[in-house]
Design a protein around this ligand. Structure first.
Ligand code: ATP
Length: 137
């Protein structure tokens, strides 16, 4: 059966580099799925869950913002940060939620850079928590 080659890379690490059957990723225009034979495709990536299957193996990663390219049955995902859902540190995500909420409270009413940064940090931490909980089911 035809396969895809999936690479998920951050500036620090290559988290995934393997053949897979299918990939689903959080694109900036909405979630997209890739099967072998997909046409050339470029998309921004927003914080969310990237899933893949390889036979009976299922993978789930949290990815932050970045970029994806699908070309010649190769899916290359380049993001600022990513973790396997099973490796998410729940305590760290909870602390990040608290910090972001405090900052949002302080910056309330100001639609400035710090407010948007705190909002983005909160979204990342909430998503990490959600994926960590899902991975534990
Ligand atoms: P924090 O404030 O806790 O650093 P953050 O959202 O600012 O959270 P990122 O900038 O997205 O963190 O990521 C920085 C690095 O820390 C990356 O390598 C990322 O994989 C890792 N990381 C962040 N939060 C967690 C977590 N809860 N569990 C595991 N790794 C994490």
């Amino acid at each position: 059966m035809a396969k895809l080659f999936l690479e998920v890379v951050t500036p620090e690490d290559a988290l995934v580099s393997q053949e897979v059957d299918m990939v689903t990723a959080p694109g900036t225009e909405g979630e997209f799925g890739v099967l072998p034979g997909h046409v050339l495709f470029l998309s921004g990536i927003m914080p969310g869950e990237l899933r893949y299957t390889d036979g009976s193996e299922r993978g789930s990663l949290f990815v932050t913002a970045g970029f994806a390219e699908v070309s010649n049955d190769r899916v290359s995902v380049l993001v600022d940060a990513a973790e396997n859902s099973t490796e998410i540190d729940v305590g760290r995500a909870k602390l990040a939620i608290e910090r972001a909420r405090e900052r949002l409270e302080q910056e309330r009413g100001k639609e400035d850079v710090d407010f948007r940064r705190a909002e983005a940090a909160l979204q990342r931490a909430l998503m990490r928590l959600k994926l960590a909980e899902k991975a534990r089911l």
